[in-house]
Design a protein around this ligand. Sequence first.
Ligand code: ZN
Length: 193
Amino acid sequence: MPDKNRSQTSPTGDTDNHQADMGLVLRAARFAAWKHRDQRRKGRGALPYINHPLDLAHALWFEGGVTDPVILAAALLHDTLEDTQTTVQELQGEFGERVAAIVMEVTDEPTIAWRARKKLQISRARLASIEAKQVKLADKICNLRSMISSPPNGWTVERQRAYFDWSKEVIDQLRGVNPELEQRFDQIWKRRP
Ligand code: ZN
């Protein structure tokens, strides 16, 4: 690191902390990009999967005012347990207990049938941590936006509506954590097909 920057380090180590925070977020982005490297989004554009976690982190920071690097890292990693070969132990080792715990909270139980899993997501939402609730909010905002801009191939309007309705049921369980994000969710939900 250049001396010019080093001299700006405060006695409290703020610059060091800032760099550790940036490092955590960057490592999470790189890890997620690698894990999702062969996956594409379901929508018409078939975007690279990594666009989705990046959208979440972007929405949290720029729309929700979320600056906690632990939440941003968890957002970047939020689909790795569910959709890639990643293990909890791997996340704990690479990113620490807090990040791993949030990712676990927003991961659906894979052994349960689809319909029950969707129901469980509604009942679990209320009990989630404040951190996980915000990741969940960003996830639903980004998914509804994708549904509007490029609905998955073969999805009927009825199926899209059902997805909007289910998303609202989940979000209604966790309101009160981030008014800005909740407002963004309501805005996009109004565009229900
Ligand atoms: Zn997601």
